[in-house]
Design a protein around this ligand. Sequence first.
Ligand code: IDP
Ligand code: CA
Length: 406
Amino acid sequence: HSNREMWFQDLFPPNTCPINAKANTFYGIMFDAGSTGTRIHIYTFVQKSPEKLIELEGEIFESVKPGLSAYADQPEKGAETVKRLLDMAIDAVPPHLWKKTPVVLKATAGLRLLSEEKAQALLLEVREVFEESPFLVPEDSVSILDGSYEGILAWITVNFLTGQLSGQNQHTVGTLDLGGASTQITFLPRFEETLKQTPGDFLTSFEMFNSTYKLYTHSYLGFGLKAARLATLGALDMEAVGGQMFRSSCLPKQLEAEWHFGGVKYQYGGNKQGETGFKPCYLEVLKVIKGKLHQPDEIRGSSFYAFSYYYDRAVDTNLIDYEEGGVLEVRDFERKAKEVCDNMERYNSASPFLCMDLTYITALLKEGFGFRDSTLLQLTKKVNNIETSWTLGATFHLLQSLGITY
Ligand SMILES: O=c1[nH]cnc2c1ncn2[C@@H]1O[C@H](COP(=O)(O)OP(=O)(O)O)[C@@H](O)[C@H]1O
Ligand SMILES: [Ca+2]
């Protein structure tokens, strides 16, 4: 917006503003407090006419690391990271719309894993930051997002961005999200048989854009990439034990290092004497996964959109381009896992966990969800320049609940 535009908007009520064709522009601010980082998504929408679906115009995105859960014992410092991000919205949203622009933060698996007391202390501090801002603070504006909604809202985002939620012929696509602490699988079942075979708590009905979708979705807490590292190391419930060294065949033989996650410090290293490589690593990882996940038959033959750590690790190993993304088969992850794990001493990687991560992704897809080697995965970070994140779905839901859209 130019200054001249804003000067006019202050003189005229939005709908009659003579020079501003975009008087029906509005904004929504959604924070994603993930286990590894906090992100702000500032969305711009236009509603061209009351009976039309709102259109997404653009997004401003910024992120900080580490996530809120790293501030479990310093909630004020955690809230400060949110405040710095919110300052961006002050610049991005025109002042006359501040009061009409809702701001919401939803936390995912990092906070789900904290004690109730510590999580609530963090949320309370964030709430105060919001109250002190000039934006609209709806009831329940700061909360922990339910795992099943995390999957559904990401599914809404991807299918909205790919144009599957409008018009008659809807061919929706399933979504796979691999976070740091939890992972989600979501799709619209096509066969009656799937509905019969699925436990009730894996099915959720959801209304969006005047349609009701009965979705298969589940969030597996503790099955995110970083939580899986701890589980593989046998360190998941061991925070009380100090000074213990956790070893794995998925790590370079000579490695000894420290790692911080969720405010806890872990020491880990390679199997100095014992085996290393893909085979022993796969067996190790399998112990974490085997028999723990529900396998819907229907997905074996279908293709899915995959993002977050699926995307990041595919980029790290040159399976896809960072900007472009790409289509992979499940077996591509396995091929890369073998390549990395069986050449660990020589493989020049930014992270000593690369072998473990790729092996975990392979095992999660094949043995966890039951995908075929040939299952196609569409790896995406952005669609039409908008981040593929549950935050857009959550913002639509928010606008709907505020009566700003339907
Ligand atoms: O807006 C986004 N666009 C694309 N990827 C994202 C976005 N936000 C988070 N991610 C990805 O999510 C992963 C981190 O997961 P996260 O910190 O959200 O853990 P959680 O979902 O288990 O709480 C990383 O791969 C990161 O790149
Ligand atoms: Ca996430």
